[in-house]
Design a protein around this ligand. Structure first.
Ligand SMILES: Nc1nc2c(ncn2[C@@H]2O[C@H](COP(=O)(O)OP(=O)(O)OP(=O)(O)O)[C@@H](O)[C@H]2O)c(=O)[nH]1
Ligand SMILES: [Mg+2]
Length: 253
């Protein structure tokens, strides 16, 4: 499937990074890695530089400060596009996304434009997550699916493959999310663009080291953005209904 770049966004992941990069390199030796670090105060950027210094397949994108996951991924996608990659993979640095699942995701990408590593599809496993996080993810996904009419079980998941065929079909300049709603926003835009989306079950594990960057603010952003998109979709459907589409054929998103 051409050249693949695994993008690992980092903020204070110094204790996790070397381990995850090593696992990626072992699980998929022909892919490249781009660590996208937001000037982590714990020295993650220096760890990344040291890894890149010993392995020509590992690269680092240093950014000035913490600007959120969405901004980090958009910068990494632009970096990959400039260098002619055919696909990018999103993967967390904290070990929640097992690099050992990567070959299955890449295999699925042979027949898809977007592959979502799903925690909520048959065959998936979620290990050591507290009930609070399980409920948040299940409810968040249920709300996103119903509000946005997307046939996706894990729209909030952050372990994905995007072929550039998919990213080219999406207007990335229109992306407004800063935090984790970025994943939902890209799911929505990919679905609306009509690209082929496939879900693959993954084994997701709670992070063992370092601290989560999940916060009430991040949850609030996702909630109001999903609600805003749902309202916009319905308004658009109504407008389409008023301007010619017979009401009987009107399809609600
Ligand atoms: N570059 C960059 N990376 C970030 C930022 N926020 C989070 N990350 C990284 O994005 C990945 C996911 O963040 P986590 O804190 O693990 O969030 P999460 O997986 O939703 O939450 P937990 O399950 O509690 O770990 C990790 O690799 C983080 O280091 C950011 O603002 N900039
Ligand atoms: Mg995590």
């Amino acid at each position: 499937m051409g050249r693949v770049l695994v993008v690992i966004p980092t903020y204070n992941e110094a204790d996790n990074l070397a381990r995850i990069v090593e696992r990626v390199r072992r699980a998929a030796p022909t892919v490249d890695v781009l660590v996208t670090d937001d000037n982590s105060p714990d020295g993650t950027g220096a760890v990344a530089d040291a890894l890149a210094g010993t392995d020509p397949r590992v690269h680092v994108l240093h950014r000035e400060g913490k600007q959120g996951l969405g901004a980090a991924y958009l910068a990494a996608f632009a970096w990959a596009r400039e260098r002619g990659y055919d696909a990018v993979v999103e993967m967390d640095a904290d070990g929640s996304h097992a690099p050992e699942d990567l070959p299955a995701l890449l295999a699925a990408a042979r027949d898809a434009d977007v592959v979502i590593g799903s925690r909520w599809t048959r065959g998936a496993r979620v290990l050591n997550w507290p009930l609070r996080r399980l409920l948040l993810s299940r409810c968040g996904n249920l709300y996103a699916r119903l509000a946005l009419g997307m046939p996706v079980s894990d729209a909030t998941g952050g372990y994905r493959v995007y072929r550039f065929s998919a990213l080219d079909a999406i207007d990335l300049k229109s992306v407004s999310s800063q935090g984790y709603s970025f994943q939902v926003e890209l799911s929505r835009l990919a679905h609306r663009a009509g690209v082929r989306i496939v879900e693959v079950p993954i084994t997701f594990a709670e992070r063992e080291r370092g601290t989560s960057k999940m916060s009430p603010l991040v949850v609030a952003e996702a909630l109001w953005r999903v609600t805003g998109w749902a309202v916009a979709d319905r308004r658009q459907a109504v407008r389409r209904g008023l301007h010619g589409t017979p009401t009987g054929q009107m399809r609600w998103p």
